[in-house]
Design a protein around this ligand. Structure first.
Ligand code: GAP
Length: 531
């Protein structure tokens, strides 16, 4: 099809704001356009709890669908479940959460603010990385095309000095975390002169452990109420149902069980909007394998999950793996997929080789056999598990951060546009009559009534076409079509593309295929399907 015209050129989409400014703007944008609201807002909110609005809920559903279909449709040997949030409290004893699901916390005596000791130290390490990157950037500008970055990193004294400082701190920190040495964590904070961001002082308390699980009571006091926990991960619901699914689904190892659901953690430091919440949603998949084969599967799932992220087209350079220094009590290998948020590279997904720890422990605590009979080997064993675990809310935040864009236009105006991956956009198509008369609204409604079975559509007849485009840009609608007087004669409409703002005239009968090509999950899933 031929592009007919573009009314306005995009002059500049360079990011002149600092990342902090972008983040602030993104948070207010999320509120203004119905993506995310602070929870209980009329009562001044509830810390680290958020509600998703009319646009947010659509984006969230689409993220979940993309994940669910990539697991369930693309893998014959993965099935889903939906287990309850309340579970028998002994599950959390067996999983190690009662005894070991702790964060090391420290208070500043002047500001009375509470911090995670490990996060304070990690932020200090990030400062060394920032210094290194600044040196590299400066040199790249100075030397231009002849710049040899690898050589510069190996030889520049300031870079080497900061690398040495970071590595030294890293080694000390990893050892303290692995040894659970709380006194050493405090000593690191003292030695590196880490100050409280609020008071600016170094007047710190001791470091203490804090359990992150919320608890409540089940049953009336007369019967004898039982202390139960709000699950801090969905994974345990999969472990305790693994044999039910294996037997009823006649599953053979290797096989996986996927689940999407809420999880709850009493986070000490609840900052950064929906990045760290007290109530959040996880998408987890446990993949059950033969003992001894787990590290092979771990590598395979690392690759598969990274492909899933990159297929969204948010920019390959925005992702990286980060291998864990401190392995959780259940893991023999673990890595995070990190995304470059406006506040730096942060974990979005964890991939863990959880050994047979959970199933083995549930066997012990429940007294029930959780073994699998492997017909090929002719023996029974407790399977090993590879887990992929991603937070829906963090995924939401990464997509919104990458999509948020302010652009200057040729006509002196500017626009805010969410360049969301089309398949995830809350609204796929907006339909506008050019004017509110002459039968154009009826024609526009007729088109929308036909397409609403295929995509989420929105009808808008208020204000100028320009203003209507801006409203759709702000919520990330990839396509707008305008019905004008010619439409009544030639059955053609003007389609306008969100990212380029280009417009072209197309037949009404072509709209569905044009949009479908770009918004269907099929084209997204095809990018990651094997074979
Ligand atoms: N079952 C393993 C597990 O829960 P995790 O690394 O603690 O592992 C997995 O959590 C993912 O859940 C994280 O990568 C993150 O995306 C999300 N997540 C964890 N805590 C969160 C919180 N407080 N707020 C939002 N998302 C969170």
């Amino acid at each position: 099809m031929q592009i007919i015209y573009a009314y306005i050129k995009i002059l500049d989409n360079k990011d002149e704001m600092t990342q902090e400014e972008v983040f602030k703007k993104l948070i207010s944008h999320c509120k203004e356009y119905g993506f995310v609201f602070p929870s209980s807002e009329i009562y001044d909110g509830l810390s680290a709890v958020y509600d998703y609005g009319q646009m947010g809920v659509e984006l969230k559903q689409n993220i979940k669908k993309y994940w669910w279909d990539s697991m369930i449709l693309l893998n014959e040997n993965i099935v889903g479940i939906d287990s309850a949030i309340f579970m028998h409290p002994t599950i959390w004893k067996a999983s190690g959460h009662v005894d070991a699901f702790n964060d090391p916390l420290i208070d500043n005596k002047d500001s009375k603010k509470r911090y995670r000791a490990d996060v304070l130290i990690e932020e200090q390490m990030a400062k060394y990385d920032e210094k290194i990157n600044k040196e590299v950037e400066k040199a790249a500008k100075r030397f231009g095309d002849s710049f040899d970055e690898a050589m510069f990193r190996q030889t520049n004294p300031r870079v080497l000095e900061n690398v040495a400082k970071r590595d030294e701190l890293h080694e000390r920190f990893a050892k303290a975390m692995n040894d659970n040495d709380l006194a050493e964590l405090r000593q690191i904070i003292v030695d590196y002169e880490i100050t409280c961001p609020i008071s600016g002082t170094r007047n710190w308390t001791d470091v203490r452990q804090f359990n992150l699980m919320f608890s409540t009571e089940m049953g009336s006091t007369a019967e004898g109420a039982m202390k139960v926990y709000l699950r801090p991960e969905t994974a345990q619901g999969i472990f305790v149902n693994y044999l039910n699914v294996q037997k009823t689904g006649r599953m053979r190892i290797p096989f996986g069980i996927a689940q999407i659901g809420k999880a709850f953690r009493n986070e000490i430091v609840a900052r950064q909007f929906i990045f760290r919440m007290r109530e959040f949603e996880q998408m987890e998949m446990q993949f059950f394998v033969r003992p001894g084969e787990e590290l092979k599967w771990f590598e395979q799932w690392k690759e598969t999950r990274m492909k899933w992220h990159k297929a969204l087209g948010l920019g390959d350079h925005k992702y990286r793996f980060h291998d864990h220094d401190k392995l959780a009590h259940y893991a023999n290998a673990a890595t995070d997929i990190e995304f470059e948020m406006p506040f730096g590279f942060k974990e979005v997904e964890g991939i863990h080789s959880r050994t047979n720890f959970d199933l083995g422990s549930h066997e012990k605590y429940s007294g029930k056999k959780l073994q699998y009979f492997d017909p090929e080997l002719g023996e029974s064993y407790v399977p090993y598990v590879i887990e992929t675990s991603i937070g829906v809310d963090r995924m939401f935040l990464s997509i919104m951060s990458a999509a948020y864009c302010e652009e200057k236009l040729e006509n002196g105006e500017s626009r805010v546009v969410l360049k969301l991956p089309a398949a995830l956009a809350p609204v796929k198509l907006a339909v506008f009559p050019l004017v509110k008369k002459d039968g154009l609204p009826d024609k526009a409604r007729e088109i929308m009534n036909e397409l609403k079975f295929d995509f989420k559509c929105m009808y808008d007849e208020k204000d100028s076409i320009g203003k209507r485009y801006r409203r759709q840009d702000a919520i990330g609608t990839p396509f707008c079509i305008t019905v004008d007087h010619d439409t009544l004669v030639d059955n053609k409409v003007t389609v306008r593309y969100r990212d380029t703002m280009l417009q072209e005239r197309i037949n009404i009968s072509d709209i569905k295929n044009l949009i479908n090509e770009q918004v269907s999950f099929k084209s997204l899933l095809k990018k990651i399907a094997k074979g």
